[in-house]
Design a protein around this ligand. Sequence first.
Ligand SMILES: Nc1nc2c(ncn2[C@@H]2O[C@H](COP(=O)(O)OP(=O)(O)O)[C@@H](O)[C@H]2O)c(=O)[nH]1
Ligand SMILES: [Mg+2]
Length: 459
Amino acid sequence: MKVTTILTWIEEKILEKLLGNASLTLLYQSSVHKNCVREMTQKCSLQGSTMTVFHAEKDVVVGVFILEDFPSLGSEKQCTCAWFSFKKNNSSGISALCLNTKVIVESEELIIFSLDGDGLSLGVNSLGGCTLSLNNTVMNELELNLGRGLISVECEIFRVDGIKKNPGFIRKMMTAEQHRGKLLSALRAYKPYEGLVSEVRILLVGPVGSGKSSFFNSVKSVFQGHLTRQAIVGSDERSITKQYRVYSIKDGKSGETLPFMLCDSMGLEEGEEAGLCVDDIPHILKGCVPDRYQFNPCEPIKPNRFPQDASPPLKDRIHCVAFVLDINSVNTLSDKMVAKLKKIRKDVVDSGIGYVALLTNVEEYDEVLDDNFANMTETVTSLRQVQDVQTMLNIPIANILMVSNYASERRLEPVKDILIFAALRQMLRAADDALEDLPLEDTGNLVPLVHWGVWESFS
Ligand SMILES: Nc1nc2c(ncn2[C@@H]2O[C@H](COP(=O)(O)OP(=O)(O)O)[C@@H](O)[C@H]2O)c(=O)[nH]1
Ligand SMILES: [Mg+2]
């Protein structure tokens, strides 16, 4: 009899992705296979790696991936397991952790517990159906609030094919998922320094095709939880982006607008009167240029062109500039392009604005961060391109960031997400440093509205 999973297509893809793009084949489903442990082990033992999925109440899905063979009836074994949970119809992602786990199969029970004695047991019998009992720490780590006691569940077990049989790899995938979750939570909790502005503005500048618009699309995608392509991107010698765009981004979970904006500009070109005019930059930095302004490479913005030219409020100014460069073209930038970038850097420094470099098109992105995803590896920081950017723009290594933008992918990947989140976090830190460093005359006209607990400009 053909049995079909109750996971949705998207959920199945999320689980396959969690294991580094493995594929799942359903072997056992409790309601169909008479809720019997004997049948469960007959179907699942000797099938290689498996994933056991429990569909609980409140749309919660809990599961355990077992790298080694599923134990046979009446046996127990120590296994490399990845535990995970997620909520159906929720874009907040998946919680996962890797634990040394013992799996025991008794005549009416499947028991899976971490070696410190925490975990779950699944009671399976042919009369009463399938009941799950969960306990403590593991469940807290998985952010589950299903309550105690027995929970009625549907249990499905899948064979997992196409997975690297390497505990180190599984651990890395789980650590990536955990780290991704932590970065996302930190970014969701971010507030600009001292509430001086409600949103930090990050300007993306760089040569045509360096990946500025793609970076905006990537950031939007990781917060939405699915791939989006709001900004038009493309490969052309001329800039596809012709307008100045100020993009705000909504958090896919809460629906709220996040406290930063990405400002996308026209690409720089080598020649004069081509691409973004370097002389337009000070106007952008000052916050005079409105959203959707149509750049004109032949005609720089004239003084007092915009009504707000005199003294734009702090909230409209740029707070951090990201110099976006394709990592593959760093070494071949022409002298004219380097001169333009240096001129912009000088304007940025003179205006007291934070800045970072963002290197895109990083192919070996798995190798960028160390095993804990906390730091860039030494191999990466010693790359010739990184050293060149450091010297060319006088940017400290910690502010030279690397990403692999979402370009032609069909789904999100945890390690790519981590690099995008980490880059964004560093940009926000640079913006905060610049806000903290503002002279009093810039912040002095911001009076705290004590009753409302917000700062508002009185200019
Ligand atoms: N593989 C890959 N392609 C990228 C990356 N960033 C941008 N691209 C591609 O490079 C081209 C130019 O990107 P775009 O964002 O339009 O560059 P912009 O001119 O700086 O806005 C597009 O075809 C993108 O799909 C990246 O990090 N990796
Ligand atoms: Mg663009």
